[in-house]
Design a protein around this ligand. Structure first.
Ligand SMILES: [Zn+2]
Length: 225
């Protein structure tokens, strides 16, 4: 990747990334750069909206311009590893670049309304584990689900949720950090969930909703979150 094949432009919900040239199917488009932080730090209101989950308790605090990528329920990008996004199909110049935030979310703590406009819009975006089974299977078959978000990890997360625990409070077994892709700091991800602007909510809303959800869950679990 010599230079980014995209630019930041105003979007109906804030900002978004738009292709500056035609992108071939399968091509690497974007890599989330930035320091790794844990769940607690990711909840800092100053940057919560820019964190992409890259492991069970690990986030990239993303840099610009890639932090402005929006969610879509019918994305044209998907994860190559836990931090890189590739084109799922040929993308035209001028098209907005999107990925499905749920392909990098496992928190038991955050949801976001979606108005992406796709006929397949799920309207409420949350953790990967909550996707319809067909869609999960489809995403896994496409190979765009980061390794840390394994079926085994899904089971751990569900068990924790059953007990009302949010991320950071449920056990993380060996398959946690480190997705074994041998790139050293290896637990990459995404928006997972880039909690940037959603495909439809102003950039401020997700955080508010997130905090509200956290409080609700904390109350239920009695945890101090
Ligand atoms: Zn949607």
């Amino acid at each position: 990747m010599i230079e980014n094949p995209f630019i930041v432009r105003p979007h109906r919900f804030g900002r978004g990334l738009y292709a500056t040239r035609r992108i071939k199917a399968g091509g690497l488009v974007l890599r989330f750069r930035g320091p790794l932080i844990d769940f607690e730090r990711s909840r800092n209101p100053r940057f919560e909206c820019y964190c992409v989950q890259v492991g069970p308790n690990s986030y990239t605090l993303t840099w610009a311009p890639e932090r402005f990528i929006n969610h879509s329920c019918e994305p044209n990008l998907g994860f190559l590893d836990d931090r890189e996004l590739r084109a799922l199909r040929a993308i035209r110049q001028g098209e907005e670049l999107t990925f499905d935030y749920s392909t990098s979310m496992a928190e038991n703590a955050w949801t976001m309304e979606c108005h992406c406009g796709s006929p397949r819009c799920r309207h409420l975006i949350g953790d990967f584990v909550d996707l319809p089974v067909d869609l999960k299977t489809h995403y896994r078959e496409l190979g765009i689900v980061p390794e840390w978000l394994s079926p085994d990890f899904e089971r751990q997360q569900l068990a924790a949720r059953f007990e009302g625990r949010i991320l950071g409070s449920y056990p993380v077994n060996g398959n946690g950090r480190g997705n074994g892709n041998g790139n050293g700091n290896g637990n990459g991800n995404g928006n997972g969930h880039g909690k940037t602007v959603s495909g439809g909510v102003s950039s401020d809303n997700p955080r508010v909703r997130y905090i509200v959800t956290l409080r609700r869950m904390s109350k239920k679990s009695g945890a101090s979150s």
